[in-house]
Design a protein around this ligand. Structure first.
Ligand code: ADP
Ligand code: MG
Length: 389
């Protein structure tokens, strides 16, 4: 996927002499000390990352770690003290006023934690507000707004006053309003953090659903690691104004960059994130259909196992043969084909471990991981158990 947003060495120091203060900062600094010495606050220090077109990029960190400051740099609500931000290859820090206004009206939209809706207007007026500001006619903007309201599941509530809505519904309005302008980029700053857990889960699901259809580029901030791993294609972890790791949830779980990240991810249900790809291995015992049962037996003995995985000549997975049947087939002079066990469970490499557990419980054999019929690896019960530890 092409890069949509490229952030290079962005720092934001709050205070009148930000650049001067930035020059005095080494790679290691103490925010508190900087504050006492200079009266300046380090919001973000030296952030570098890119966001790909169509991905959900999550920024996570504790309160005060610089998440809001960073996301607000992406539409220049905060102007970085140093560094560059390219969107579609253009450095927006160099934009004129008009270009910047266009960027905010057309290309980027934002959803806020506190909804930031117009409290005295009804749903449809809130959703169509940005379109009206953009100069679209009342009928046009109403029509687009109605479509968005339907998309976020609020049909029938068009004329309800905002105050009459629950938190979850308000945020649906916030989402509809942001989407109404059909932006390419959606910035969501703790958009779900104020919601009750169940409503929140609902909204996470809704967002993933919408994203399937809309394929926006989304930067999503949260302080909840479960939420980050659930919805993020990639996740950036912030600590004390700095980004300490960027990676897919699986990369972060399997190789945390440092002790801080390790502590941050303890308690995460790994099985929801880890895919079978990360726990599969090559079958020790692999034979081809045209190999006879004698060869299969030899392979099993050499590997000290009691079953063999069987492929055809095109390396497509055909099934398993077990030791007992193989011995019998040698006696009866039967080909491997006649003793193939076909009831081996096959899964795709992206299947999560949590989805695998119930399948593994039912299956007497290891599970085959296949892609377009080809065997990529197998997952044994002990590998699953190991990943749960
Ligand atoms: N407008 C501002 N002026 C001065 N300091 C600010 C401003 N906005 C944020 N900060 C400071 O920058 C740091 C990062 O804040 P913020 O980006 O809001 O963190 P987060 O969103 O991760 O909770 C904090 O120390 C905060 O107090
Ligand atoms: Mg914040």
């Amino acid at each position: 996927m092409p890069v949509k947003i490229e952030v290079k060495q962005v720092s934001k120091i709050f205070g009148s002499k930000g650049s001067k203060v930035l020059e005095t900062l080494g790679n290691q600094f103490d925010k508190q000390e900087v504050m006492q010495r200079t009266g300046h606050v380090v919001g973000v220090h030296d952030a570098t990352f890119s966001v790909n077109t169509g991905e959900i990029f999550v920024i996570i960190g504790l309160s005060g770690s610089g998440k809001s400051t960073l996301i607000r740099c992406l539409n220049l609500l905060h102007r970085p003290t140093a560094g560059s931000i390219e969107i579609d290859g253009e450095d927006i820090c160099e934009y004129s006023r008009d270009q910047l206004r266009d960027l905010r009206r057309k290309k980027i939209a934002m959803v806020f934690q506190n909804f930031a809706l117009l409290p005295h207007k009804n749903v449809i007026d809130n959703v169509s507000f940005g379109l009206r500001v953009r100069g679209e006619s009342r009928p046009d903007s109403r029509q687009k707004a109605l479509k968005m309201i339907e998309m976020v599941g609020l049909s029938g509530y068009e004329n309800e006053p905002i105050q009459a809505l629950s938190g979850g519904m308000k945020q649906r309005v916030g989402l509809a309003r942001a989407l109404a302008n059909d932006p390419e980029i959606l910035l969501m700053d703790e958009a779900f953090s104020a919601l009750d857990p169940i409503v929140r889960r609902d909204m996470q699901y809704e967002l993933l659903n919408l994203q399937q259809k809309l394929q926006k580029t989304i930067v999503f901030i949260t302080h909840d690691i479960q939420e980050a791993f659930k919805i993020g294609d990639r996740v950036a972890i912030m600590k004390d104004s700095k980004i300490v790791q960027v990676g897919t949830p699986e990369e972060i779980l399997t190789s945390p960059a440092n002790e801080y990240v390790e502590r941050f991810i303890t308690g995460v249900d790994k099985t929801q994130v880890l895919s079978v790809k990360s726990i599969m291995h090559l079958p020790g015992c692999l034979v081809q259909l045209r190999d006879g049962p004698k060869l299969a037996l030899q392979e099993m003995r050499m590997n000290g196992v009691s079953s063999a995985f069987v492929m055809d000549q095109a390396l497509r997975f055909k099934g398993i043969v077990n030791l007992q049947d193989t011995l019998q087939a040698i006696k009866d002079k039967q080909p491997l084909e006649s003793i193939l066990v076909h009831e081996v469970i096959e899964v795709e490499p992206s299947t999560t471990v949590s989805d695998l557990v119930p399948l593994a419980q039912k299956s007497p054999y290891p599970i085959a991981v296949t892609e377009n019929g080809r065997l990529l690896g197998i997952v044994t019960k002990s590998a699953i158990l190991g990943s749960l530890a």
